[in-house]
Write a protein that binds this ligand. Sequence first.
Ligand SMILES: *Cc1c(COP(=O)(O)O)cnc(C)c1O
Length: 394
Amino acid sequence: MSKYSVNSNGYYGRFGGQFVPEMLYPNVDNLKKVYQEILNSESFQKEYKQLLKEYVGRPTPLTYAKRMSAAYGTNIFLKREDCAHTGAHKINNAIGQILIAKQMGKTRIIAETGAGQHGVATATVCALVGMKCAVYMGEVDIQRQAPNVARMKMLGAEVIPAMTGNRTLKDATNEALRDWISNPEDTFYIIGSVVGPHPYPDMVAKLQSIISEETKWQFREQTGKDLPDYVMACIGGGSNAAGSFYNFLDDESVKLVAIEAAGLGLDTPDTAASIARGTEGIIHGSRTMLMQTDDGQIIEPYSISAGLDYPGVGPLHSFLAESGRATVLAATDQEALDAAFELTRLEGIIPALESAHALAGLKKIDFKSTDNVVVTVSGRGDKDMATYMDRFKL
Ligand SMILES: *Cc1c(COP(=O)(O)O)cnc(C)c1O
């Protein structure tokens, strides 16, 4: 057992746990009892690995970035989650959870979504297996993210607007939880990142760990060396980072670097850097770092990147940051935009704005010429073209 594994009560150090209303406890507890056994079962592994290969298109490439490497005077490898079906890593988790739902005999799926990316991944896998799907989305987000709303509808999902509070992600999450309490028998709740009450953070990390499983053998195959010196990933809730780090956690020579969204800057109120600017508290069922006022009200985060615009971070990352296992950096909107443009012009890869934050981290580290650096490109930039066109006056 790794010292970075979740314990049987769902904690990483003092972070994590299962802070849910009493009425939700049976649902969560039921999942906790079965998820490990299902994940480890031969039938699950067979179907999951087969879909990852034949539907998602895995393994995603590990690309040596030759011109970037020259520009930075080091060796940069890109883990290409942008090549996965639907354009990002989120599908790895959605496929895994729907197979778990099937094994548990569930017939209906619910999810919450902010920017719509997790909603699209969930609607996709529901279409794939033929399950009913309801996605809760803040009414304000529905207005802001019209293309993803259209995708979900075309895929057959019902998109239910959350009309309470600020009508954004937090409110959509509350509505989804309310639905789950009312429909405990037939409904499975697919959470989109390494957040929420135990066992979700651990379950999602394990489902995303395919990223580092592949990176490890691909790096060996390409370089003849055992381990890279750095693994870097952006961090919203933290699922692509958790998956990118997972199989390197016990390889202490590998430096793990997470990059948060600084928004307009860490010294401004317009930021989404929950570890740098947050304090400890409870959000969405677990104890972790989050952005809150002195009296515990959640502060609306801000980032140019909708996928990093989350007020908390998964409990694993709070623990990795506090224990010093991971280094946490932050990149501003402008730094991410510059990094996106640079990758596009040097390597012919248009990254998602989220992934551009990970790339912006490259400028903040003093690499040696012999270092091997893996950066996870969590998704592709198609969805961000309007922002790119606007900012670069294309
Ligand atoms: C959703 C999303 C993220 C942020 O979520 P994590 O759980 O932190 O990985 C990052 N990149 C892309 C492309 C996304 O869609």
